[in-house]
Design a protein around this ligand. Structure first.
Ligand code: SAM
Length: 371
């Protein structure tokens, strides 16, 4: 196909449209989609796949475009599995076939189908869904197609409704109300997981988040799907609501909605599996290895922390005291017996088990100590 240029991600060569998106979320140009900025997310997919894929599994990149993600997983995870790529756009199928051959991955199977039709007919052990905007249309079909203890990985770039900028859109699309708050990135991600939990529960299947995160302009979730009505019930029990009091900065979580402004239903359980995080390694062959290493460290740090992070700016605005260095303040909180960690959601954010009143006291105490 003409109008293509060659780029390299990790150890995989890819032919992509000449005018591909180098920055930002990327747009539909009429060409086969490729966004260089997503290399980081694909590096994470490779690192994650190395830890969870097994020999003989059926692994599907369901919305593959140039095949960048699926081919990289096939080429770089080091697992002898059956990798398959799908896109309903015939031009995409042609490009991914060329890309498969370019990397001597001719055994990779190419489909050119509507993803929902493919998922209705076949079963996979891993299903990747990387849509323009919302994954909501595909989750039900993915849950049904996914094998027991298989994994669905999906992205959402419709972040504004999930952050709370368009609560009605969030309600229509995800059946959950979102509200603006300083920790809106976290509630948005948790609404997305909560949606998948409810979609899975319809089919008597439970969901275990293996890795869920926010980066750049998108959310990404990797969820294990497990058979059983009791597993579904156990997942549903981890859903609830989050509240925020602008005056006191108090964050609350509860089983039931207490105020009209609460966000939810949303997932209140862990966002990742520590067991997998411990094994994930940002190897030097990856183009964004330093960024991967940094975020994996932040995920490990915050993995066991309770939900809803604080932003340092909130505290400095409220107390009119200039913000301390984040790591120093976290160390201070730990010395005082509290639990505290950084968070990947915000470079100036942190998590703690302290309530807002106690946190404000500690913040003032730290400011006095600094003088
Ligand atoms: C954002 S792009 C995927 C990007 C790709 N995963 C990557 O990492 O570069 C979304 C792709 O989904 C395809 N698509 C959208 N709806 C689809 C559907 N219902 N079935 C199959 N493919 C679909 C589009 O043609 C497009 O190529």
């Amino acid at each position: 196909m003409s109008g293509l240029v060659s780029v390299r991600e990790g150890i995989t060569d890819l032919l992509v449209p000449e005018d591909y998106s180098r920055h930002g979320p990327g747009t539909r140009t009429g060409e086969v989609f490729y966004n260089r900025q997503m290399e980081f997310g694909r590096d994470i997919s490779v690192i994650f796949g190395r830890e969870v894929f097994h020999e003989g599994q059926r692994i599907l990149d369901g919305l593959a475009a140039t095949g960048a993600r699926g081919l990289r997983m096939a080429n770089e995870c080091g697992v002898r599995a059956d990798f398959e790529l799908n896109d309903r756009d015939l031009r995409a199928a042609v490009v991914m076939k060329e890309n498969a051959e370019l990397n001597s991955l001719s055994h990779v199977r190419i489909h050119c189908r509507d993803l929902r039709a493919l998922l209705a007919e076949e079963h996979f052990d891993y299903i990747d869904i990387d849509p323009f905007g919302s994954p909501a249309d595909f989750i039900d079909a993915a849950v049904q197609s996914c094998s027991n203890k298989g994994i669905i990985g999906f992205a959402a770039t419709d972040t504004a409704p999930l952050y709370g900028a368009y609560p009605k859109t969030s309600l229509r699309r995800y059946g959950a109300l979102s509200a603006r708050s300083p920790f809106g990135h976290e509630t948005g991600l948790r609404i997305l997981i909560g949606f998948a939990v409810r979609e899975a529960a319809k089919h008597d299947r439970g969901v275990e988040p293996l890795l869920c995160y926010h980066a750049d302009h998108y959310f990404r979730c990797y969820l294990r799907v497990v058979n059983g009505a009791s597993r579904a019930d156990a997942s549903l029990r981890q859903l609830g609501y989050s509240g925020f009091d602008r005056k006191s900065l108090e964050r609350t979580t509860a089983e039931e909605r207490k105020k009209k402004t609460d966000s939810g239903p949303l997932w209140l359980g862990p966002l990742a599996s520590m067991d997998i995080l411990k094994r994930m390694a940002a190897t030097g062959d990856l183009g964004t290895a330093p960024r991967c290493a940094k975020i994996i460290e932040a995920w490990r740090d915050e993995c066991a922390m309770p939900p809803l992070f604080y932003a340092m700016d909130e505290l400095s605005r409220r107390t009119k005291l200039s913000p301390p260095k984040l790591t120093d303040f976290i160390d201070f909180l730990r010395e005082r017996g509290a639990r505290a960690s950084r968070t990947h959601f915000d470079p100036k954010g942190f998590k703690t088990d302290l309530g807002s009143k106690d946190l404000m006291k500690e913040y003032r105490a730290y400011a006095r100590k600094r003088k």
